[in-house]
Ligand binder design. Structure first.
Ligand SMILES: [Zn+2]
Length: 236
């Protein structure tokens, strides 16, 4: 009888052991706070890109580091490309294409990028850990996580992308409680909005470029989903 009881305890011990192991693993997962569990991680960053990003940060933000510590805002974009592969092809090169991006080439040689790329069906690629600076929004890169949606224009964006963006924002806020602001790229120049207090640009010759992505309708939908599904309201 006792033997029988003991033999039933052993599996329980195994279960307790497994739960402890899971807790430890989850603890380690806390260290990977910079990776989204719903995304496929496929980084476009190599050592050269990190070095060029640090140089960009020194020129524009006065800190020679590619590290994004305690992000304070999220900026939503669309890529202006119809497919994920075209969008990836644009972000993947380490150096900026100075022919097509003559408008911003004075800002530095590192190519533009974002942390997340959302396909039209809402599937997510993560192109950089959350704690690496990506070049996507003049004046805010040192503190802003970038989310790019695949699409040629505002009308191209899908409901699946709005939902995936809202869900991703909710997970980012959970992982990084320092995030207080959410804007669309088209809103970044609005000096009267709360996020503008984070603006920093040391290179006075580096001017704002006009942006229309992702557009008011998409941001309104993302904010509505965030509020209704997640109970999250971020400042703009
Ligand atoms: Zn943009």
């Amino acid at each position: 009888m006792r033997k029988h009881v003991n033999s039933t305890i052993k599996p329980r011990r195994l279960l307790v052991g497994a739960l402890i192991a899971l807790a430890i693993l989850t603890g380690f997962a806390g260290a990977s706070v910079n990776y989204d569990p719903q995304a496929t991680f496929r980084t476009i960053f190599n050592n050269e890109r990190l070095r060029l990003t640090a140089a960009y940060c020194l020129t524009h933000y006065g800190i020679e580091s590619a590290e994004l510590r305690e992000p304070q805002m999220i900026v939503v974009h669309y890529t202006a490309f119809a497919t994920r592969d075209e969008s990836l092809g644009f972000f993947a090169p380490t150096r900026l294409d100075t022919v097509s991006r003559r408008d911003i080439k004075g800002g530095g040689v590192v190519n533009v990028s974002a942390h997340y790329l959302l396909d039209r069906d809402g599937t997510i690629l993560q192109l950089a850990p959350d704690d690496v600076v990506c070049r996507h929004t003049i004046g805010f890169n040192r503190t802003a996580i970038g989310i790019e949606n695949v699409g040629r224009n505002a009308a191209d964006l899908t409901e699946a992308q709005a939902q995936a963006t809202a869900d991703l924002v909710s997970r980012l806020v959970a992982r990084h409680p320092s995030i207080a602001y959410l804007i669309g790229h088209h809103e970044y120049r609005k000096t009267g909005l709360p996020h503008y207090r984070l603006f920093r640009e040391d290179d006075r010759s580096y001017r704002f470029t006009a942006k229309v992505d992702p557009g008011p309708a998409f941001m309104a939908r993302v904010r509505e989903l965030l509020r209704e599904r997640h109970g999250i309201v971020l400042k703009d």
